[in-house]
Design a protein around this ligand. Structure first.
Ligand code: SAM
Length: 212
């Protein structure tokens, strides 16, 4: 991974974070916004489709959709620890062989990855500085449905983001949290031929599903 930001992500999403998130997922199921995203995807799709889960973390989306909406998946992640946790859970649930795990920056890897019916980015856009590059690379891979959770574009989210970034700066970690302007994100997604199907604000996040 050439991008320093993605190298910072390796430190933020390390083994201890991945273990904690996997335990939390095993005990409590998907996060509230992930559940909203899953419900909207199920309403917008039929069964037996392919999925690219970008920055899938412990893999909640693929684990929940596998065997119904989704038949096979690709999980691309900048965090080695999250990929390990996701594989462990897939092995436990018996679908490890139906997921291809790829380590790296999706923007750099996109030309080598085939399109899929569904593309998901759950709380990933906030980890990447170049919003148009990540949105263009990911939307162009979505044949049917594009589903995204990203920060609400409010003054208090921008303030919180600045506080977090000060913390990363003090820790000498190049990772940063980004609140990209919601109108620019929506415009970039629509520019790639997708139209809105669902939108919901929930706490810090907005959940949006687009279709072709
Ligand atoms: C905040 S975590 C979210 C994990 C999971 N989707 C969830 O909602 O719990 C952000 C994830 O995005 C990944 N990520 C960030 N930028 C990425 C990129 N350009 N390519 C691939 N993965 C990326 C990080 O490694 C991390 O797994």
């Amino acid at each position: 991974m050439s991008c320093p930001h993605c190298q910072g992500a390796e430190k933020v999403f390390d083994v201890s974070t991945a273990r904690g998130d996997l335990e939390d997922y095993r005990q409590n199921g998907p996060a509230k916004t992930t559940q909203l995203l899953l419900d909207a995807i199920r309403r917008a799709t039929k069964n037996g489709l392919t999925l690219i889960d970008i920055g899938g973390g412990v893999g909640a989306i693929q684990h929940e959709l596998m065997g119904s909406a989704v038949e096979s998946a690709v999980h691309v992640d900048a965090s080695t620890a999250y990929l390990g946790a996701s594989q462990e859970e897939a092995g436990k649930r018996g679908h490890r062989e139906r997921v291809n795990y790829i380590h790296g920056n999706f923007v750099e890897l996109a030309p080598e990855i085939e399109e899929a019916d569904i593309v998901t980015l759950d709380r990933v856009l906030c980890c990447y500085p170049d919003m148009p590059a990540l949105v263009n690379a990911s939307t162009s891979h979505a044949r049917q449905v594009y589903a995204i959770v990203y920060p609400r574009d409010t003054w208090w989210m921008r303030l919180g983001g600045r506080a977090m970034n000060l913390w990363f700066w003090v820790r000498r970690n190049p990772f940063r949290f980004f609140v990209h302007p919601a109108s620019a994100v929506d415009k970039a997604i629509r520019a790639n031929g997708l139209t809105p199907r669902y939108h919901q604000n929930s706490g810090m996040w907005q959940v949006a599903v687009y279709g072709r």
